[in-house]
Design a protein around this ligand. Sequence first.
Ligand code: PMP
Length: 388
Amino acid sequence: MVASEVRALFAVASRPEIVSLAGGMPAVDALPLDAVASTVADLVTSRGPVALQYGSAQGDPELRARICDVMAMEGIADAHPDNVVVTVGSQQALDLLTRVFIDPGDVVLTEGPTYVTAINTFAAYQARVVHISMDNDGLVPDALRETLSRLAVEGARVKLLYTVPTFQNPAGITLTAPRRAEVLDICRRAGVLVVEDNPYGLLSFAGEPVRAMRADAPDDVVYLGSFSKTLAPGMRVGWALAPQPVAARLVLAAESAILSHSMFTQLAVERYLATQPWPEQIKAFREMYRDRRDAMLRTLAETMPPGTTWTRPEGGFFVWLTLPDGVDAKAMLPRAIAARVAYVPGTGFYADGSGRNAMRLSYCFPPPERIQDGVKRLADVLRAEILL
Ligand code: PMP
């Protein structure tokens, strides 16, 4: 395990004068805190002894039933609470799943670029991460086929395809419906389990949630979900929906990792969903993030020098910016920080050193005017860099 090279710069990036387009922090200040406070107070008064006691490693049954209702919003109609394991954020689900499936040297396929902490988790269990290229329609099925054939010739053991198919972190891209079917078919034939990580699925700017891959492949997909982006990451409540034999092993792994998830935060989430207008809250988040996305795309179009390209997310938190050839985003970062704007260099999202001339920009946290200022500063830095 290695520390992130840019972590020191992130500490600097949190200074108030710097517009941070780096972190992926949800805008929790948009939550009605009085509603959270009354939910928690009510929980302690009415169910204190349960909320403050140990629970099971699989998670609270009422919450698991409610999680099934949440997944139904994305077309997953047949989820059973027995197949749900509540985890400490979806991050823990990913960790447990990796622990259960991966022996050193096993291959995990991922999009390139992919979620940085997933790469770190796979590395911690000594998996070999192999990237599959993406275009604006998401993971490229032909590239997946070719990689699988190459790895078969090598005799590699390919265990998992880890994908963030909807409003991807970091690229903001969504895998199209025909490609979802094709990717599922390829993986089924190859005997590769698909891990669908979907923390952003309900944050669709069009309003309609995107249909989950799991909805059409209950036996071939482990679905990871989270309340971090639709409620609050501080609750640390996420989950895995898995075929029964996999769910049973995740519960065993969870027992050894944490004994029991926090009953307190599980029941707080359950009660919040039961008593507060949560769908309205999601709608408010969607509208807020859409305005911020619009501010970012508009300012990019107005200010970026020729040769720079970027993705146009339909939901979620992130834009992926590709710089003109020869510009190194990591080398440029100290100059961007000096100009009071921060981003994450693209190399962090690859296991193989790719992504030098790319970066992730997030629009989730700063308000639109700050995003506009930040993108303008970034464009100035980039223009100076091209002249270097
Ligand atoms: N997967 C992806 C793709 C994410 O972007 C994140 C959060 N940044 C997570 C998983 C982890 O979320 P959680 O807070 O539920 O652990």
